[in-house]
Design a binder for this molecule. Structure first.
Ligand code: MN
Length: 291
């Protein structure tokens, strides 16, 4: 039995739909109270984020932080339009700087496209723009001792990478060692063959993990095979963050909630949801390593 322990995280949208100082203070307090090690903050609403106050609250609570985001159709590095690519590139560099200022070393998400349904396949010119922009971003991240995560999203949220295999090829083309793969069980359920083969294929290039149910509600209330997934993480010796991601129409972040098609109330009590998720992940980690 290995003694390696993964930081267990929770997405801030379990707690609050905005990033005002009061919301972030409450998110930090509730993350700590529910037993988590790390808070993931979406940078979709970063205009209202008080970076200094949030960093201090995280430090005082002894919590780690990771940041995530997707781009937008008018600021999209997978576009063929230079002005659209440039706006996407600026969002990425500003977000990387915000992540560093918060004290984070993981900047992840759909860094390569808008979050939304594309009406056409990715073009060759669009893909070259993704590779070029992310190579420059990765070098900047490397100077800050940070990693970038390529979160693999389903076909309705991006046309750039839908499978672990796609993501590995993209990371190879970017060609920087600090570009890692981010698996999310919600997306894997839609696109991958199962919950084991992609983890084995990614292996030691896995840098970040989201666990979410097939409907993004309570873990264990849906049909995802978390036992197989956690066994596969143990197989490859994954020691990085495992962050619980869940969304409900009960907590709405303007922009992101619409991008992710969060129309239903899957839960209303974020504290109960998060405590349950922490226990579920801890239990899965324990049993997956008990062999
Ligand atoms: Mn995710």
């Amino acid at each position: 039995m290995t003694t390696k322990t993964n930081p267990i995280g929770v997405h801030a949208l379990v707690w609050a739909g905005d990033t005002t100082p009061a919301s972030m203070a409450a998110a930090v307090e509730k993350t700590k109270a529910a037993g988590f090690d790390l808070l993931e903050i979406s940078l979709h609403d970063s205009a209202n984020l008080d970076v200094g106050a949030t960093r201090e609250a995280l430090r005082a609570a002894g919590l780690g932080v990771a940041c995530s985001r997707g781009l937008a159709f008018d600021a999209d590095v997978s576009s063929e339009d230079p002005a659209v690519v440039e706006r996407g590139e600026k969002l990425l560099h500003d977000s990387l700087a915000a992540t560093a200022a918060l004290g984070g070393t993981h900047f992840t998400g759909a860094l390569y496209s808008a979050l939304g349904k594309y009406g056409h396949p990715l073009t060759a010119a669009g893909r070259r723009n993704v590779v070029g922009v992310l190579r420059v971003l990765a070098r900047e991240a490397g100077r800050r001792h940070m990693t970038l995560g390529l979160e693999i999203c389903n076909r309705y949220e991006t046309n750039v990478i839908n499978t672990a295999h796609d993501a590995l090829v993209l990371a190879d083309d970017i060609g920087e060692d600090n570009v890692l793969i981010h698996l999310d069980t919600y997306h894997m359920n839609i696109e991958e063959d199962d919950f084991v083969r992609p983890v084995h294929e990614v292996g030691d290039r896995l840098g970040y993990v989201h666990v979410g149910e097939n409907h993004r509600g309570y873990l264990g209330s849906g049909h995802l095979d978390f036992t197989s997934f956690f066994h596969a993480l143990a197989d490859v010796g994954y020691g990085g963050p495992i962050t619980f991601e869940s969304f409900s129409a009960a907590v709405v972040m303007r922009g992101l909630s619409n991008d992710l098609a969060i129309w239903r109330d899957l839960w209303s009590d974020g504290e109960d949801l998060a405590r349950h998720a922490h226990a579920f992940i801890t239990d899965q980690l324990h049993t997956s390593r008990s062999r």
